[in-house]
Design a protein around this ligand. Structure first.
Ligand code: OFO
Length: 178
């Protein structure tokens, strides 16, 4: 049985991961509006990953006899002054999520909930990758300054990210499934 404190903070973390999904989906819309199709594609893949993160917590609570309680998501930011600003927000958001994951790990350890340590170790490692990805793209964006050619290059590079198989956010996958 999952300890109540762990269940409660994991339910809160489902909300945080769903907000990540929703924020990144909002950025997908923004990048499409700027004709930055590579960035929009990269963010679609990222949004998909966030849904997976939420579901990992969802299933962990369920598998251990706890009840999942979905909470309201906060009002979204729907526009950015520039692509650079969107990437700054991405890194800041991932730093926020890292702090939240550390909070969950703290409660798991306080509760001596050893059954939850493997999944939390996975999330601690995942956040290293999440911050590293966002930092690299942000640094590239800063490096190109106002260069249109530079922006095009980064956009093309980000178009190469591969969707997880069968993603509902991958237009090719959902066209094939319906
Ligand atoms: Fe779920 O890692 Fe990003 O937010």
């Amino acid at each position: 049985m999952i300890p109540q404190k762990v269940r409660d903070i994991m339910n809160e973390q489902i909300k945080n991961e769903m907000e990540s999904y929703y924020i990144y989906l909002s950025m997908v819309a923004y990048f499409h509006s700027q004709n930055l199709e590579g960035m929009a594609h990269w963010m679609r893949c990222q949004a998909h990953e966030e849904m997976i993160h939420a579901m990992k917590f969802f299933d962990h609570i369920n598998d251990r006899g706890g009840q999942v309680v979905l909470k309201d998501l906060k009002q979204l930011k729907t526009g950015w002054a520039s692509p650079l600003e969107a990437w700054k927000d991405t890194l800041e958001h991932e730093q926020f999520i890292t702090a939240k994951i550390n909070d969950v790990m703290g409660v798991v350890r306080e509760s001596k909930d050893y059954a939850a340590e493997p999944i939390m170790n996975w999330f601690v490692n995942e956040q290293i990758e999440e911050e590293a990805n966002a930092t690299k793209i942000l640094e590239d964006m800063k490096r190109i300054g106002d260069s249109k050619e530079g922006l095009l290059m980064i956009d093309r590079e980000l178009a190469a990210r591969v969707f997880p198989a069968g993603s509902p956010l991958d237009p090719v996958a959902y066209a094939a499934a319906t």
